[in-house]
Design a binder for this molecule. Structure first.
Ligand code: MG
Length: 146
């Protein structure tokens, strides 16, 4: 793994990559996550949706996720991913996403693509996916293992 990058990204879907199932992705979202994959980051889409539903929508937009996980327990998946891939980053748009990340001890970036109020415990927020590479670079110290 390259220094300063997370070992994995736990990526929410609805409200984060797309507004909702069936809708076009937010500008720049897929470019960003594909760039992370190219740099060796394991990208797992983690959604509260039914597995078949989330898989269908990820396929619809042409994203080749390394892993897709439809679960009622994101925190449990975050724990599992950390055991496999080391330090990770979670990105999501809801307080439930944030709580799961906090419980798993993972940094969290809040997706605020539609101007949602900022969550206090987030490490940062993504108002525009074009800003995401810069935000991630500013977090490099978090992912550099001692
Ligand atoms: Mg969401």
């Amino acid at each position: 793994m390259m220094g300063g990058l997370p070992g994995f990204l736990a990526l929410d879907w609805n409200g984060t990559v797309v507004p909702w199932f069936g809708e076009p992705p937010f500008a720049g979202a897929l470019e960003f996550v594909r760039g992370l994959q190219a740099a060796g980051v394991h990208v797992c889409v983690v959604s509260h949706a039914e597995p078949s539903q989330i898989e269908a929508d990820v396929n619809r937009v042409g994203f080749k996720a390394d892993e897709i996980c439809g679960t009622g327990n994101k925190g449990g998946e975050f724990d599992r991913l950390q055991q496999h891939w080391g330090n990770g980053l979670a990105i999501g748009d809801t307080a439930m996403d944030l709580r799961a990340a906090v419980r798993a001890g993972m940094p969290f970036l809040q997706a605020r693509l539609e101007g949602q109020p900022m969550m206090e415990m987030a490490h940062g927020c993504i108002n525009d996916w074009a800003e995401a590479p810069l935000i991630l670079r500013s977090m490099a110290g978090i992912f550099t293992s001692a």
